[in-house]
Write a protein that binds this ligand. Structure first.
Ligand code: MN
Length: 160
């Protein structure tokens, strides 16, 4: 591990001057943080990390992985085609929203199913790191970013 990596792993994240929640729990989660998820980064609002656990193949036709988000990081609206996606929250706090429905506040133990063709997004709360397992099948169609004002309002509503 490089000196920079050790430094960055130990440097605590602040959001608006406040120490972000659940950083150590996410970085040391039981499945591992994985690598920076550069392949999907054009479709994420911030950094995410991907730890592949089971690749899909001829024998097992679903893929399983663990995705971690830095505070405030979430993906764009997107659709899983010819399959589905199930997320199982392991660490931290986040949001998931299916188009036309209110966003759902997520904590460890929560499970959300996104069915074939359902437009949705998921990711961290503004001030918390977040990890969910993903079990999925099919292809992903990436759409527009989540409106920043709408995202910001989620945490504000919760603080009331
Ligand atoms: Mn999804």
């Amino acid at each position: 591990m490089s000196r920079y990596k050790i430094y960055s792993m130990n440097k605590l994240t602040k959001v608006a001057g406040v120490l972000a929640k659940n950083e150590a729990a996410v970085k040391h989660n039981i499945f591992g943080l994985g690598e920076l998820n550069t392949g999907s980064s054009p479709y994420f609002s911030g950094a995410s990390y991907l730890k592949g656990l089971v690749p899909s193949g001829d024998d097992v036709d679903v893929h399983v992985g663990s995705v971690s988000f830095e505070p405030g990081s979430h993906n764009n609206w997107h659709i899983h085609h010819d399959g589905y996606q199930i997320i199982l929250v392991t660490t931290g706090e986040g949001w998931a929203q299916i188009a036309g429905q209110p966003a759902q506040s997520l904590k460890p133990g929560d499970v959300v199913v996104f069915h074939d063709g359902e437009k949705h997004w998921h990711g961290a709360k503004k001030n918390s790191w977040f990890t969910h397992l993903v079990i999925g099948k099919g292809t992903t169609e990436w759409l527009e970013p989540v409106n920043q004002k709408d995202y910001d309002q989620l945490d504000q509503q919760e603080e009331k």
